[in-house]
Structure formats: structure tokens, C-alpha cells
Design a protein around this ligand. Structure first.
Ligand SMILES: C[S@@+](CC[C@H](N)C(=O)[O-])C[C@H]1O[C@@H](n2cnc3c(N)ncnc32)[C@H](O)[C@@H]1O
Ligand code: SF4
Length: 376
């Protein structure tokens, strides 16, 4: 038994528009259903309350949480158990001064703003509702409301994005001075409109993406950010008055901790069991309105699967991964080879021999390929 999950994820699926590249669980509009959805969320939380310990983090993700009817969003935030870190994902065009204050007075400590790019033409390719001015405005509204922990999401590898375009995006983002940045390579998700229109182009440009990734890392590290996870950067402690600005909620996932997810399509992993809620809005709301849990897929994770996941996720971090509990997932011959190639470093923390593994910077750029080879 884990003693209860300390991390709660809450899914708010509503969006003003469905961006062509997105395959998250979202529903467009449905203003009339926001109240019954939030009611269902709170009913699910009540049913699952026993699975929770005192919370460290809450994360409201989407969808576009800040597109949810403001009165419903405020009610939801006021009804959730308290936590040290409360993050809300926000789309720039939804962040008015009123919304920023609503989040602040409702106990939100951190906002993750989906900027994606600062180039109007690239934002258009992505079918984003917000232009660069809206991104900047949203950022300042959040600062004015008192937020001292703001993260920006950026995408690279957008069709038509040149290397100087990427440099401009990074420079625009840095000008705002966010505490945290997530920089993702744009993925062609199966079945999306975007993949249909641009999939071939994304495959053609795949080789140049390593250079783009290196550019992102180099620029952000030069600007004083810590590359603490493959795609995530936070202002280094000495630039942040000693604060550790890593995203604590996501750190929970990468460290293999238990978490409860509530809402449409939400995933939970507790005591070696993974559950995924139905992605059908009407079924989700109806089940909870009748006092029952929503339909779910359930998967038992055996020890082997858990070690493999722990290895794959743990090696995304810059902190050394303790080998205790994951040793059986490591192919020792592959490990020796990867160490010789300078891609993996054993005991980078200077501790006892054979206790931890870390990917070297070169290994981190190759990322998933190195981890896949390491797996027994
Ligand atoms: C689920 S979205 C929710 C945030 C918010 N609705 C938005 O659009 O900014 C979270 C993040 O996932 C990333 N994302 C979404 N689709 C992606 C894709 N196809 N490839 C890479 N990253 C993606 C984007 O950077 C986005 O900010
Ligand atoms: S990218 Fe964000 S705004 Fe666009 S459809 Fe996905 S969740 Fe909604």
C-alpha cells in the first residue's frame, strides 16, 4: 500500500476550438454542460477520497481549464483539497485580468500558459486562437495578479519553422522571464487533421529536429535555466532566490509516485493498478449523477512493467536514478556499451559504485533511443 496518493490530476476537457494537432481528450464548447461536469468531478472526488493522502500537488489540465465557465471553475477550485502546489493550464486568449485574479484568490500557485510560438504565421499553421500579443498580455495579467511561478509551453518542429524562427521564439519567451518552460517537439498524432495535412513534412524534417532540440537546450541553459527533464526547464536556484522551480506535480509522475486522476479520460496509478476513465462526456456525467464511478479500463502493472516504466521515466531527469528496484529492467551488456559510448554515466553523484544511473548530455539528446537500448 502506498498510504494514499499525494498528487491529484483534474481534467477539464472543454476548448473553444479543437487545434488540428491535438489528440488530448477535449470537447468543443458545451457551455451548458460545464456545471454538470464540475458536479460530476466533485462526485468522483468524493468516491475516491480514501485513495488520497494529504496532497502535495493538484494539477488542472485539459482541454482548456480556463475556458470552463468562470463561476464553475471558482466553485471547483474552492472545493478541492488544499495542496502546496496548485497548477492550472491556461490558453492565452482566456486570461483576462478578472480570470487571473479568480485563479489567484482561489489558491492557484502556478499557471502553465500555452504560448506554443510567437510567430503569427506559425500560430496560424497550428490553428491557435491567440496571436503573440495575446500571449504577452496573458503573461502580464498573470504577473499583475501576483503569480510568481509561470510556465510557458513552446512547440518546435512546426511546419515552416526555420532555425532563426525558433531562435526568435526562444528569445521572445525569455524576454517575458518565465520561471519555467516546457519545449516539446511537435508530434504527428495518429488520426489528427494536422497529421493528415502535414505528416509527410514532419517525417521529412525529423532529422533536423535533433539540432533544434540542441538549440533549445543550449539557449535556455545559457539564459540560466536548469534542464531538469528532457523537455522541461526551470530557472536555476541561484537565479531564483533559492527556490526549486521544478514542476512538482510532473516530478511526481517522473519519479513513479502514485497519483489520482479524476475527470474525462483521466488516468490514475495507485498501488500498481492503472485506471483510465471513459472519454465519453455523456457517459461520464450520467454515471456520476447516478452515484456510480465512471466506466474505466483497468490494468494491473506487474513488477516488471513497473521497473521498466520507472527506468524510462526516471532517466528523463537530470538527477541520478537509483538502481534499487529497477535493476531487473537493465540489460547489463547494453549498459556497459552505452557507458563506453559516453551516453550513460553510472554513479554521477559520486556515491557508491553501482547505485545510480544518469544519462550524459549526449545521451539525453538521443533520449528515448538510449533508454530503449538499455531495457532488458
Ligand atoms: C493538452 S495541452 C493543454 C494546454 C492548452 N489547452 C493549450 O493548448 O495550450 C498541453 C500541451 O501539450 C502540448 N501538445 C499538444 N499537442 C501536442 C503535439 N501533437 N505534439 C507535441 N506537443 C503537444 C502543447 O505544448 C500544449 O501546451
Ligand atoms: S491544444 Fe489545447 S486548446 Fe487546442 S484542442 Fe488541444 S487542449 Fe484544446
Amino acid at each position: 500500500m502506498s498510504g494514499g496518493a499525494r498528487h491529484l490530476y483534474v481534467h477539464l476537457p472543454f476548448c473553444a476550438h479543437r487545434c488540428g494537432y491535438c489528440d488530448f481528450v477535449t470537447v468543443v464548447g458545451r457551455g451548458g454542460e460545464h456545471a454538470s461536469y464540475v458536479e460530476a468531478l466533485l462526485a468522483e472526488l468524493e468516491l475516491e477520497r480514501r485513495a488520497l493522502a494529504q496532497l502535495e500537488t493538484v494539477f488542472l489540465g485539459g482541454g482548456t481549464p480556463t475556458f470552463t465557465d468562470p463561476a464553475q471553475l471558482e466553485w471547483l477550485l474552492g472545493s478541492l483539497p488544499p495542496a502546496e502546489e496548485v497548477t492550472v493550464e491556461a490558453n492565452p486568449e482566456t486570461v483576462t485580468p478578472e480570470l487571473a485574479y479568480l485563479l489567484r484568490r482561489s489558491g492557484v500557485t502556478r499557471v502553465s500558459l500555452g504560448a506554443q510560438s510567437f510567430q503569427p504565421a506559425l500560430l496560424e499553421v497550428l490553428e491557435r486562437c491567440a496571436g503573440p500579443d495575446a500571449v504577452r498580455r496573458a503573461f502580464y495579467h498573470l504577473r499583475d495578479a501576483g503569480f510568481d511561478n509561470i510556465s510557458l509551453d513552446l512547440l518546435y518542429g512546426i511546419p515552416g519553422q526555420s532555425a532563426p524562427d525558433l531562435d526568435r521564439d526562444l528569445s521572445e519567451a525569455l524576454t517575458l522571464g518565465p520561471e519555467h518552460l516546457s519545449c516539446y517537439e511537435l508530434e504527428a498524432k495518429r488520426g489528427t487533421r494536422f497529421t493528415h495535412a502535414h505528416g509527410a513534412e514532419l517525417s521529412r524534417q525529423a532529422e533536423s529536429m535533433e539540432t533544434y532540440f540542441e538549440r533549445v537546450v543550449e539557449t535556455l541553459m545559457d539564459a540560466g535555466y536548469r534542464w531538469y527533464e528532457t523537455a522541461n526547464f526551470c530557472l536555476a536556484r541561484d537565479r531564483a532566490g533559492g527556490r526549486d522551480l521544478r514542476a512538482r506535480h510532473n516530478l511526481g509522475y517522473w519519479l513513479g509516485r502514485d497519483y489520482l486522476g479524476i475527470g474525462l479520460g483521466a488516468v490514475s496509478t495507485i498501488d500498481g493498478v492503472r485506471r483510465r476513465n471513459t472519454s465519453r462526456l455523456a457517459r461520464y456525467i450520467a454515471a456520476l449523477a447516478a452515484g456510480s464511478p465512471p466506466a474505466r479500463e483497468v490494468e494491473e502493472l506487474d513488477a516488471e512493467v513497473r521497473s521498466r516504466e520507472r527506468l524510462m521515466l526516471g532517466l528523463r531527469l537530470d538527477d541520478p536514478l537509483p538502481l534499487d528496484g529497477v535493476r531487473s529492467a537493465v540489460d547489463e551488456e547494453a549498459l556497459a556499451r552505452l557507458v563506453r559510448l559516453g551516453l550513460v554515466e553510472p554513479d554521477a553523484d559520486g556515491g557508491h559504485a553501482g547505485r545510480t544511473l544518469t544519462l550524459t548530455p549526449r545521451g539525453r539528446f538521443l533520449g528515448g533511443g538510449v533508454t530503449a537500448e538499455l531495457l532488458a
